[in-house]
Design a protein around this ligand. Sequence first.
Ligand code: GLC
Length: 743
Amino acid sequence: MFLLKNHLIYFIINKDNYFFILEVVGIMYKQFEERAEKIISQMTLKEKVGQLNQITITSFKNDFDSLKSFIREGNVGSIILASSATAGNDPQGHVNMEFYNELQKIAVEESRMKIPMIYGRDVIHGHRTVYPLPLASAAAFNDSLVEKCYHNIAEEAVSDGIRWTFSPMLDLCHDPRWGRMVEGPGEDPYVGARVAEACVKGFQGDDLTAKDSIVACAKHYLGYGASEGGRDYFRTEISDTTLYNTIVPAFRAAVKAGVGTVMSSFNDINGTPVTGSKKYLSDILRDKLKFEGFVVSDWAAVEQLARQGYAEDRADCTKKALEAGLDLDMCDKCYIENLEKLVLDGKVSESTVDLAVKRILCVKLAMGLFDRPYGEKVDYDRAEHLADAKALAAESMVLLKNNGVLPLKKDANIGLVGPFVTERRSLLGTWTLDGSADETPNFLEAMKSKLRGGKLFCRDLSGIFDNSSTINYKSDVVVLALGESYLTTGEAYSVSDISLSKDQLELVDKMHSMGKKTVGVIFSARPMALEGVADKLDAIVYAWHSGSETANAAADILFGDTVPSGKTAVTFPRKTGHIPLYYNITASGRPVDGYYGVNPQNNYVDSVATPMYPFGYGLSYTSFEYSAPKCDTTEIEYNDLLNGKSFTVSVDVANVGDYDGKETVQLYIRDKVASIMRPIRELKGYEKVLIEKGTTKTVSFSVGAESLGFYNENGDYVIEKGEFEIFVGANCLTENKITVRVK
Ligand code: GLC
């Protein structure tokens, strides 16, 4: 074990049949403990409680004198720059940095302890420049580009005085009815972990004190994405093995990357609210994952413990949350109104309060907030940010179908029809607080900009440019601009049916009946049920809600200026009734594994529950051919594996088409027999490579202990001897495999 600057490298302890990876990698917040303890030793109990209190910018309405007095008395540790509890879709005012610097000046120069406040805002997938929603950008499988874009976001946020963001959202989800699936990395824990690392590094960089770094927040810890029925704010049932193998890995990766904060979630797990649970907030998060930052509640998640029937009253909510390990109380005033009395009455120990204060102060010290408490502009290149946004949007979009109609010719006559021809705001996606729809090009403008001698015959459902007969006779091809509003996604915006709207389905039928070549461009944030739609379209580009440059990126793909390379990080079910449908399932005892085409007719009598498009799927304008996997061994000693030995699996991927293209080569494993059933496929590696037409690239993966084990119900990482199938291919359904035995 050795220490790099602010990082502790991890090592493996080999103990009998188990072994433990002690991963304590990331920014070491504990190194600030001594300074924090010195500050705490000078604080009154009232001031300590004040550090655990977060208020909103509207807490005092417009009574700024009262707000300033409240801050001056040391009652505010943090301000969330949001004016409502569901800031994701409610209009939010822009940040007035001068005003917040004025409030900070009171905390830093006029309060007794002069502790700076930390300002947080939901800078989720962009600030002024908006990037694809996380479910979209996960489809890019391009960690370095995501990291670059999230660094761009940090630059823009810092320039508005924001030093802390409530992102990345890492809730894995199997249910696209849930409006918040779009905020997360999809259905797979390995993708979740890679995305977590890329986002945290992008936001925080290597030095939290740097002027272009902001503190990240891994949320919503824990299991919020498993809300039953996709209903927001609903209950979850999660076994510990599912928790450790599916839900926790993304958070583990965020901690390993040095995330400074974690947000506790609204939901309960098996009847225990996470926000009041020592098991989740302390035993797992701190003892197993080694998290050293601080935990902030979700909005009013402390007081809701009473509504959940887990606490008597607000004082009991306060006691239960603090003792569970919840450090900063977001906006419900439970801590500021009850904690001092609880301590004075001997119901909560002051040492517990001190511990929470210390964690918050360590993060504030680690980010240099005491040395640089005021927001200040940083120079950034907005054009570069927009170019990165377009690049990430283009790499996120998924070509789901193409029977040769794409790419379009720039001298073609094109019918452009549908409700997303002139739409702007929805292209930005939910949780866009500071991006401007007015600044966002729409699809009509983007398509027009690409034509060279061609014509557009347009009709969007909001305004008539041409009647459909014109479209019929003059257009060579019809492009349908379809999708869903941002207001059917995000917090408190779930749906019970993931079909396209009725008018859009009718439009598809109408255009199909004209017998024209028809391309569907679908601007939806979640996977939608395309049964009865896909077969009527000659090509489908899934454009998601991909931010400021959605329209331009989609137009680039349609005309072949960009060769599509996205691969979906979430399964597309054929219909709502097939939910949940996800790839990393265990095998049935009966010969029925519908997802993998094994007797799918036996899943339902009224439909076939194979995926419309499986996890990891996406087409290109070129074609790739994979060799059989090669491995440098067919077996490996168990102890060698535990001691860090790995083996290498490689494939040759040939570009046999007419375009240079990027391919995301995916590696899956299957542990054939284990003490708990293991999934038919588990993604354990991916690499996106550019392969020029007519050439072949060898892609290799190192496979070691971290890829072959699983977590048992106690959260211990376990590897067992036996046979492992290693698959390497273009999506989760690949049968291109080799077998390796751990003996
Ligand atoms: C909301 C959301 C959370 C967000 C927080 C602050 O309720 O659940 O994702 O970061 O409150 O706006």
